[in-house]
Design a protein around this ligand. Structure first.
Ligand code: IPE
Ligand code: IPE
Ligand code: MG
Length: 233
């Protein structure tokens, strides 16, 4: 019997730009409005007893967007961290960030470190923000780290298992996602958690991210509860 509530839900928050355009506004306005959807999912996760909630906030490929949009997204990240930290702490939420941290602007890095330390004692729910995240880069980095260990003799190639690779990923201590939700109508993973989502249930909705609310989140959980996970057996 599958667990009716997923332990780990991962979200690809997509559709901000199109949502803004449909309201005759700039793309950045969509990103700003998307923060309310993040809060809604956190509320829903806390009520349902989901233990891990991962948000795809910025992909490594997203650096290819116009500078004004990238700058606005980085500012929004910093502002949200400052604004949300007290409530997250009060709710028992711990925040963790995954991705290539060295590649984000110094100011954003400081904010990331600040919210991680301010919320470190949260035990109800871990909110994971994927920032400058690319699943292929993550796996490549893991392979490189394993090769280094093999070279120094710390690890023998015949001893390498799936767990060895998992242990080198940014997500190392986290359980794999049970459910991956993508808003905005596209049906692809866009380089998100490719290794970790091997047996995740995928849920695609046409709802644009800024419109995605707690009810939509609960609908996805209800759909998850109806799925039968067979793991090839
Ligand atoms: C998702 O919305 C937010 C990020 C990728 C940072 P988009 O900005 O991709 O919005 P659309 O997909 O262009 O509508
Ligand atoms: C995926 O959305 C990345 C994030 C949600 C951060 P994109 O809008 O960047 O993905 P594509 O370009 O549609 O694949
Ligand atoms: Mg998009």
């Amino acid at each position: 019997m599958n667990s009716p509530t997923p332990i780990h839900v991962a979200l690809i928050m997509d559709g901000n730009g199109r949502w803004a355009a449909s309201h005759g506004r700039e793309r950045v306005w969509g990103h700003t409005n998307g923060t309310e959807s993040v809060r809604a999912c956190i509320r829903g996760a806390l009520v349902a007893g989901v233990r891990w909630l991962t948000f795809y906030a910025f992909s490594t490929e997203n650096w290819g967007r116009p500078a004004e949009e990238v700058d606005a997204l980085m500012e929004l990240l910093c502002d949200s961290v400052v604004k949300e930290a007290p409530e997250l702490r009060a709710q028992g939420v711990r925040v963790k960030v995954i991705g290539a941290r060295g590649g984000v602007p110094e100011k954003v890095r400081r904010h990331i470190e600040q919210i991680e330390s301010e919320t470190a004692s949260g035990e109800k729910l871990t909110v994971v923000l994927a920032i400058n995240y690319s699943s292929r880069s993550e796996i490549t980095r893991a392979a490189s780290q394993i090769a280094s260990k093999a070279l120094t003799g710390e690890l023998s190639p015949v001893m390498i298992t799936e767990q060895t690779l998992s242990d080198q990923l940014y997500t190392a201590p986290m359980p794999d996602p049970d459910l991956v939700i993508r808003t905005g109508g596209e049906q692809r993973l866009s380089n998100f958690l490719l290794w970790q989502a091997a047996y995740a249930e995928l849920y695609f909705t046409p709802v644009m991210w800024p419109d995605f609310d707690e009810n939509h989140f609960n609908e996805a959980l209800a759909e998850f509860a109806r799925r039968e996970r067979r793991y090839g057996r």
